[in-house]
Design a protein around this ligand. Structure first.
Ligand SMILES: *Cc1c(COP(=O)(O)O)cnc(C)c1O
Length: 371
């Protein structure tokens, strides 16, 4: 049997699937890794303690399935946000939650709404489901296209807020204007909310058609544990639970997440440090004269300029390649006109940002890249 015969046994839409491209995770050490918006600091020390306690001397607890609904974690999340347990669904990362949302609301007949540019996983989840995507474009201002979203007939519309890869946050007043007119479920993907001025949680009590999605991968330094959650009306949460894998979050991740959520003072400190480093780096870029969107996240989206003042896709690519050759990893999104002249740089430690700044200086001094 040939490879193509074997492939032809699969559902035909999978032949057209554009799989998600994750940021590089280099195997060896020595990289300044500023490409996937992980936290540059360790999680609370209570996390490793909780995992050690759960594993015990001999790992006996690992014989047993985890709590199928992540019930103790659900309660911890509900308490943290002043909600009831039935307003919380726990996922294997927020990517899992986003996948549940697509399963519930999207098909060939029922499009999923999104803005562009935004998180590039949404179209992949829709393609896997053989669903339809409805895209509302941003323009270069990155102001929220409120009227176009409000007019959408999609049963669910995902808004990344603050947005990725731009870092731009949207005020609750804008979200309320959408909620006042839009008839579907507005999903606020708030992966970066802990770094933002505002978040949509205060709107939940008044808006049954709002779902808020959060993750412990960014602000809580737990990307490796894979925990995210959805907050919303019990009817929406019940729909997500119906299509969820029965044991979607493993034992160690459940106890790790509870321990992290309980250490509020530690994470207040981590978030304050990341924001201070971000704002210092934003000021550096301003001094260089590089256009940068205001960031309400733990990353910066900036348009590099050469010493001559040139900018554009070739300049962005040139800096990306130079940084990579010097073991500084950032993210480049060449395939969209509004992102191709920019680089997305995660906020690292002050030391890492020092290496980054010195490498940028070296690039500026190197033979002026042709743009
Ligand atoms: C990082 C990120 C996620 C994924 O988070 P996980 O919980 O690690 O799956 C979801 N949405 C956006 C916008 C992100 O940037």
């Amino acid at each position: 049997m040939s490879d193509s015969d074997l492939r032809s046994l699969a559902l035909p839409h999978l032949a057209r699937l554009h799989a998600y491209t994750p940021g590089l995770q280099p195997g060896e050490s020595g990289w300044v890794k500023l490409n996937t918006n992980e936290c540059p600091y360790s999680p609370s020390s209570r996390v490793a303690e909780a995992i050690r306690r759960e594993v015990g001397e001999d790992g006996a607890s690992l014989r047993l399935y985890p709590n199928p609904t992540s019930q103790p974690l659900r309660s911890a999340v509900a308490r943290l946000h002043g909600l009831n347990d039935d307003q919380v669904c726990i996922g294997n990362g927020s990517d899992d939650i986003l996948n549940l949302i697509v399963r519930v609301f999207c098909s060939g007949a029922a499009p999923l709404g999104q803005t562009s540019p935004s998180y590039s996983l949404y179209p992949v989840l829709v393609e896997i489901q053989d669903g339809r995507l409805e895209t509302v474009p941003f323009d270069r201002t990155m102001h929220l296209p409120i009227e176009r979203i409000t007019a959408s007939s999609a049963p669910a519309f995902i808004l990344t807020t603050p947005n990725a890869p731009t870092g731009v946050g949207f005020p609750n007043a804008d979200l309320e204007r959408i909620l006042a007119g839009y008839r579907g479920v507005l999903v606020a993907d708030e992966a970066y909310a802990p770094f933002a001025a505002e978040n949509a949680l205060p709107l939940l009590a008044r808006h049954p058609r709002l779902l808020v999605v959060r993750t412990l991968s960014k602000a809580y330094a737990l990307a490796g544990m894979r925990v995210g959650y959805a907050l919303g009306h019990p009817v929406l949460i019940d729909l997500l639970d119906r299509v969820r894998d029965s044991y979607n979050v493993n034992r160690l991740s459940q106890v790790a997440a509870i321990a992290a959520l309980q250490d509020v003072p530690y994470y207040d400190g981590v978030i304050a440090r990341v924001k201070a480093t971000r704002d210092a780096f934003l000021a550096d870029l301003g001094n260089r004269g590089w256009f940068t969107y205001p960031s309400e996240t733990n990353f910066i989206f900036t348009e590099p300029r050469t010493a001559r003042g040139d900018f554009g896709p070739a300049v962005a690519r040139s800096l990306y390649d130079f940084l990579c050759a010097n073991k500084v990893l950032v993210r480049y999104f060449p395939s969209h006109a509004l992102t191709a002249s920019f680089l997305r740089i995660s906020v690292g430690t002050d030391a890492e940002m020092g290496v980054l700044n010195r490498t940028i200086e070296a690039w500026l001094k190197a033979a002026a890249p042709n743009a």
